[in-house]
Design a protein around this ligand. Structure first.
Ligand code: 13P
Ligand code: SF4
Length: 305
């Protein structure tokens, strides 16, 4: 079977079975082509809340599928690759958060969407990279406990100097953490005319040197609209390929070959084909109490974001 034939079959079966396919922007091109929606974590959550199809296939990582289930508990939500987790989402346990809350009792707890459903039940508001500044700025409390990513958190804190922040210092994305200031120096020397576009999960020393900082979709939109012809991309390297395909007249360079998220790479078009046929994937189930409690902080995100 060719790729084209497999894609055609997926499209036929998904229509027949009333399936919505959601793909995170880090998924490969073949998957993005057959998805109903491709985008960043915020876009996936918003589209999940609006789409009426009763079955959802998530091509991404576990917290993204859990978020869809929390937003729409009546839907049958399938994570196409059950092993696709997000190491950052698993870094902070409820007991770590309880300890932090003891240290910062009068702080509002804000969690990055890259957290487990269980952790969200202990938080007041959820944010994504694209909506974090907007959401946190609208929270009435000026004291914010931000978990688990201190890099994203510090970037938000810098934009909102009127607020006071506390962080979970051990957190962070292992993929973006591989990017260093030395990579920036090397890439800028090799491509002096290129703009540096990075994800806020990168360390501060990289974010501080960037021409644009934003979510995966934000980076793509910026590059597409820009008059500049060359860009160094500081996020998962799938974005470099997507942009090169979308803008053949421009040049895109990876900040480092090391910026690859193995969890996001797990899902293949073959897995999606097997999942639409009901032969692969894991149905996401969550305790009713978890859904009710976690939904409160996700609702804050959807309302304020
Ligand atoms: P976005 O919300 O920017 O898509 O980020 C999700 C993610 O996991 C980045 O590593
Ligand atoms: Fe998680 Fe980082 Fe992979 Fe995003 S890139 S899914 S934050 S490990």
């Amino acid at each position: 079977m060719t790729i084209q034939q497999m894609q055609d079959e997926i499209l036929r079966i998904k229509k027949e079975k009333d399936i919505c396919i959601l793909a995170h922007a880090y998924q490969n091109h073949e998957i993005c082509e057959i998805a109903d929606y491709v985008g960043d974590s915020f876009g996936l959550a918003v589209n999940a809340s609006k789409d009426s199809k009763k079955n959802v296939l998530m091509c991404g990582v576990r917290f993204m599928a859990e978020t869809v289930k929390i937003i729409s508990p009546e839907k049958n939500v399938i994570l196409v690759s059950p092993d696709a987790g997000c190491p950052m989402a698993d870094q902070i346990k409820p007991e770590d958060l309880a300890e932090l809350k003891k240290q910062y009792p009068d702080y509002t707890t804000v969690c990055y969407i890259n957290t487990t459903a269980e952790l969200k039940t202990y938080c007041d508001a959820c944010v994504t990279s694209s909506a974090a500044i907007n959401i946190v700025s609208k929270l009435p409390n000026d004291k914010i406990l931000f978990v688990p990513d201190p890099h994203l958190g510090s970037w938000v804190a810098e934009k909102l100097p009127e607020k006071q922040f506390a962080f979970f210092e051990e957190g962070g994305c292992p993929t973006h953490f591989r990017l260093t200031a030395a990579d920036v120096k090397k890439a800028k020397e090799a491509h002096p005319n290129a703009l540096l576009l990075v994800h806020p999960e990168c360390r501060k020393e990289i974010v501080d040197q960037a021409d644009y900082v934003g979510s995966t979709t934000g980076i793509m939109d910026y590059a597409k609209k820009s008059d500049n012809k060359e860009f160094i991309i500081g996020t998962e390297n799938s974005i470099v390929s997507h942009l090169q395909l979308a803008c053949p007249d421009k040049q895109f360079y990876a900040l480092s070959k090391m910026c690859v998220c193995m969890n996001m790479r797990l899902t293949t078009l073959g897995d999606v084909y097997a999942a639409v046929k009901g032969l692969a994937g894991e149905e996401i189930t969550l305790p009713e109490e978890t859904i009710i409690k976690a939904k409160k902080c996700i609702d804050v995100m959807l309302e304020l974001g």
